[in-house]
Design a protein around this ligand. Structure first.
Ligand code: ADP
Ligand code: ZN
Length: 224
């Protein structure tokens, strides 16, 4: 806990920029709940819910799940007791409509987004990372066959779970997701810059270094 105020921090960046890896690293350290929209959708799919079925039809094409259901799911999640100290949002918002809906919902409760950390990575690097990504089926920890291999091939270092490649990480869908990012999510950079909330972090440095810069940026902004 680094401030008396409930903290709302957004991690912004392309698919493959390292949001999930970094969120897992820093959320505990800062006492924030890690809320990953993609993980929530995958949980809904695994449970066989209606929302899961809807989400699946978009996700497998590399498209965004419609704003209405996405916003509803996230606002519900943010209200949970484990978010009392604040949240680290990973993968949400991804459209201007989502960002505005989030701002409005928080404002109604006298709250606001404190800062937006934009993890910047070049296009070439993004494609390279996405096609090498493997995820733990059990705890969702991400690995990369090139950059961050697990100690035992095919097994999660953290929990021993089986590693698998997400169906939307294949080359073609990964490219589609990057297109969607450039057209639908990039406008958020301007939106949050204008709001004076954006901080840019170089996402091509090593995982630990990026993590340190993110933590430092949050501490500078909110005071220790
Ligand atoms: P990545 O950040 O690597 O793209 P995610 O796990 O965050 O992976 O997202 C996977 C998929 O889940 C997206 O391609 C999209 O279909 C869906 N999704 C996740 N977050 C959102 C969101 N905020 N709005 C709409 N769809 C989303
Ligand atoms: Zn695991």
């Amino acid at each position: 806990m680094i401030s008396g105020e409930q903290l709302y921090v957004i991690l912004l960046g392309a698919p493959g920029a390292g949001k999930g890896t970094q969120a897992a690293l820093i959320s505990q350290r800062l006492g924030l709940a890690h809320i990953a929209s993609g993980d929530l959708f995958r949980q809904e799919q695994a449970s066989g819910s209606e929302l899961g079925k809807v989400a699946k039809s978009y996700m497998e094409k590399g498209l965004l799940v419609p704003d209405e259901v996405t916003v509803k799911m996230i606002l519900g999640r943010i209200a949970a007791p484990d978010c009392a100290q604040g949240v680290l949002l990973d993968g949400f918002p991804r459209t201007l409509e989502q960002a505005k809906a989030l701002d409005e919902a928080l404002a109604e409760e006298g709250k606001r987004i404190n800062m937006v950390l934009y993890i910047k990575v070049s296009n070439e690097e993004l494609l390279r990372r996405l096609s090498g990504r493997w995820i733990c089926r059990n705890c969702q920890a991400p690995y990369n066959i090139v950059e961050l291999p697990s100690k035992v091939p095919g097994k999660c270092d953290a929990c021993g779970g089986e590693l698998y490649q997400r169906p939307d990480d294949t080359a073609e869908t990964a490219r589609k997701r990057l297109d969607v990012y450039f057209t639908q999510t990039m406008p958020l950079i301007e939106y949050y810059t204008k709001a004076g909330k954006l901080v840019e972090i170089d996402g091509e440095k090593g995982i630990e270094e990026v993590g340190e810069e993110l933590v430092a940026a949050i501490e500078v902004r909110v005071g220790k």
